[in-house]
Design a protein around this ligand. Structure first.
Ligand code: ADP
Ligand code: MN
Ligand code: MN
Ligand code: MN
Length: 357
């Protein structure tokens, strides 16, 4: 009998030991690179506060100088590990100096402070984040399914499309969908996008800081699955210039008052506040977003705030259901695919709940 690599990867550790493997995941110096490393723990853990802090070499992630390079990881959220399975876990962490100060790249720290305010907790903010992304051929960094150095037929048949000439990478998308459900991420759906090779998954509705944690862990799982498939995932907001849709991260949002009777008035007031802070939000909604928010390809012009019911060319869209029921939620269509969900969710809450103009 001969063994294969997959036999060993699928070994069930719990048959012979209580020990588990914890993969600590964190955000590196670019603000988009996901890093991780593994350690053995004596037994199963389900509460992140029971996990040990850990350290890493910040000089190798562009987060610390070489002569003082130690960065400390604080475990914040635990997910089941869909790769190692059993009692093994993935751990979402954030980064601190040895003195206990959050690193400049630690956007979770401030977000967690906003989400722990009593006025914010009372409003139970829900988020549904639509994460769009593009799959690229590894060696040429050109979209999956596209002829190398050339272009596929124009957009039209690809959105939610089926067939070998329309949907490229579905196995990756579906593997990711199931892996996220296994991990305990509140993934609510997936779809093929307008540009061929581009896909979307949605996380939510998720409450408060957990939305950011879940989107980051879902991104990590996608990086791991594309790694296995030999494909690159990019979160660039406009991976191909010209008549090809960009990639966004529409952020659907509601508070308790918006979901209750009289909610439509609360929604309109929140949108007015968002309009007043349009430029501040745009500045925090992702790098390179100006290449995407052109006013074409289902976007609003980056310079002008515009909202509307059922309007996919608006900055903020209110759904028909919400208009009819006079309560519900709205969609901020401005964030780009490479936005930081900690920044975007906490800023929306800050502007709509905390800020009193
Ligand atoms: P679109 O029609 O813009 O493509 P999607 O169906 O892709 O929208 O995504 C909508 C997201 O909004 C989903 O993740 C969904 O769970 C979430 N959502 C639904 N209701 C609410 C709500 N009341 N508050 C916040 N998010 C919500
Ligand atoms: Mn969508
Ligand atoms: Mn979409
Ligand atoms: Mn949307």
């Amino acid at each position: 009998m001969s063994y294969r690599l997959s036999d060993l990867i699928n070994l069930d550790l719990s048959a012979c030991t209580d020990k588990i493997i914890a993969e600590y995941v964190w955000i590196g110096g670019s603000g988009m690179d996901l890093r991780s490393k593994a350690r053995t723990l004596p037994g199963p853990v389900s509460d992140p506060s029971k996990l040990p802090k850990w350290n890493y070499d910040g000089s190798s992630t562009n987060q610390a100088p070489g002569d003082n390079s130690e960065v400390i990881l604080y475990p914040q959220a635990i997910y089941k590990d869909p790769f190692r399975r059993g009692n093994n876990i993935l751990v979402m962490c954030d980064s601190y100096t040895p003195q206990g100060d959050p690193l400049p790249t630690n956007k979770r720290y401030n977000a967690a402070k906003v989400f722990s305010r009593s006025d914010v907790v009372a409003e139970e903010p829900w988020f549904g984040i639509e994460q769009e992304y593009t799959l690229l051929q590894k060696d040429v960094k050109w979209p999956l399914g596209w002829p190398i150095g050339g272009f596929p037929p124009p957009q039209g048949p690809y959105y939610c499309g089926t067939g070998a000439d329309k949907a490229f990478g579905r196995d990756i998308v579906d593997a990711h969908y199931k892996a996220c459900l296994y991990a305990g991420i509140n993934i609510s759906g997936t779809n093929g996008e307008v540009m061929p090779g581009q896909w979307e998954f949605q996380v939510g509705p998720s409450v408060g800081i957990s939305a950011g944690d879940q989107v980051w862990m879902a991104r990590y799982i996608l990086e791991r699955i594309t790694e296995m498939a030999g494909v690159i995932v990019t979160f660039d907001p406009k991976p191909v210039s010209g008549d090809w849709n960009g990639a966004g991260a529409h952020t659907n949002y509601s508070t308790k008052s918006m979901r209750n009777e009289g909610g439509y008035e609360v929604i309109k007031k929140a949108i007015e506040k968002l309009e007043k802070r349009h430029l501040e939000h745009i500045a925090a909604y992702g790098e390179g977003n100006e290449r995407r928010l052109t006013g074409k390809h289902e976007t609003a012009d980056i310079k002008k705030f515009k909202w509307g019911v059922a309007n996919r060319g608006a900055s903020v869209r209110v759904g028909r259901d919400t208009e009819r029921e006079k309560k519900g939620y709205f969609e901020d269509r401005r964030p780009s695919s490479n936005m930081d969900p900690y920044v975007v969710t906490s800023m929306i809450v800050e502007t709509t709940i905390v800020w009193k103009p």
